[in-house]
Design a protein around this ligand. Structure first.
Ligand code: UDP
Length: 318
């Protein structure tokens, strides 16, 4: 007998990670229902999927009651603003999509008996005092700071997801995603990588916030998607870090981008945003042991691909 086609709902489908997930599940032979309200996503990220018969798009805000007809094997909740400047612009929506949105989707998952995976984040560790961050660390978050709207929404998201698992027996997965980059990031989303590459291409100075000694660890998007897929297919219900442990200071990162792009511009230092984490590096022991996953794409390789993507985007804008 032929196996029934798996059906998956992906929220935030027009966003950076959501759109790559849609591609992956189409490749796996699934029927993909992509949902987005386009508040930070872009149709451009999924327009190539419109002719695909296994793809369907729902323009919908998940903070409102969510209805999807038919069975759903998996629900992946990736809808959310994901850049610090977005949290400042739309703080209430950021809180709502993580809380009300997650609640609606959990209700849907319960009704459909779907496996439910959430995009949590390294931000739940706040400005961490444990380094590298392992999943047992509870974090150091300022609830009322400008980033609190995102951090606390994601912390609530983990709590309610775990509660649905414990009290309703829902099959759940929690991915703690660290800084990820690659094609389909928004050039103007304010984050370090698109900001630096955009500035280099436009011939502007590179804006490093603070003294640039803060660290981040950047994961290429294809590696991240593989980690998410493996987590979904595993039976592990506790939070798991997915990221690349290759840590770098933001100043060194800016220098790498100056070298990559060959720009003649210099680094200029600007004020460090409030509550900007001083250090961030995932401990991925669990992902390695439980999922057999570790990132494969080096920063040099990933940055080259991403640079080519941004050059094309800017050319098209001209
Ligand atoms: N950053 C910077 N210049 C920019 C944008 C960001 O120096 O134009 C810094 C930011 O202060 C932070 C790091 O780069 O320390 C990574 O910031 P991003 O917004 O990419 O992600 P997050 O802080 O959420 O990790």
């Amino acid at each position: 007998m032929e196996k029934e086609q798996r059906r998956v709902l992906i929220t935030g489908a027009a966003g950076f990670l959501g759109s790559h997930l849609c591609d992956r599940f189409i490749k796996e032979g699934c029927k993909v229902i992509g949902m987005d309200n386009l508040s930070t996503g872009s149709m451009k990220n999924i327009e190539h999927l419109f002719p695909v018969k296994d793809f369907e798009f729902y323009f919908h805000d998940v903070t409102k009651f969510v209805h999807v007809p038919g069975k759903l094997d998996y629900i992946l909740h990736f809808a959310s603003p994901a850049s610090p400047i977005d949290y400042l612009k739309i703080p209430i929506q950021t809180l709502k999509v993580g809380s009300l949105g997650t609640h609606n989707l959990l209700g849907l998952a319960k009704e459909k008996k779907s496996r439910f995976l959430i995009a949590s984040t390294s931000e739940i560790y706040g400005d961490p005092s444990v380094h590298p961050q392992n999943e047992e660390y509870w974090g150091n978050v300022n609830p009322i700071g400008p980033r609190g709207v995102y951090d606390e929404a994601k912390r609530f998201m983990e709590a309610i997801t775990m509660a649905y698992h414990t009290y309703h027996g829902l099959d759940t997965r929690i991915a703690r995603i660290f800084n990820t980059y690659g094609p389909r990031m928004r050039l103007n989303d304010g984050r370090a990588l698109p900001a630096f590459i955009g500035q280099a291409i436009r011939g502007e100075d590179i804006t490093v916030f603070g003294d640039g000694s803060q660290t981040r660890s950047f994961c290429y998007v294809n590696d991240l998607i593989e980690g998410i897929y493996r987590l979904l297919m595993s039976d592990y219900v506790y939070p798991i870090n997915i990221g690349n442990p290759d840590e770098i200071t933001i100043k060194e990162f800016a220098e790498e981008i100056i070298k990559l792009t060959g720009t003649k511009q210099k680094i200029v230092y600007q004020e460090l945003p409030i509550d900007d984490p001083k250090q961030r590096q995932p401990d991925i022991t669990k992902a390695k042991e439980i999922l057999g996953w570790s990132p494969k794409v080096s920063r040099a390789e990933g940055l080259k691909i991403t640079y080519e993507f941004f050059k094309k985007v800017l050319l098209e804008q001209k």
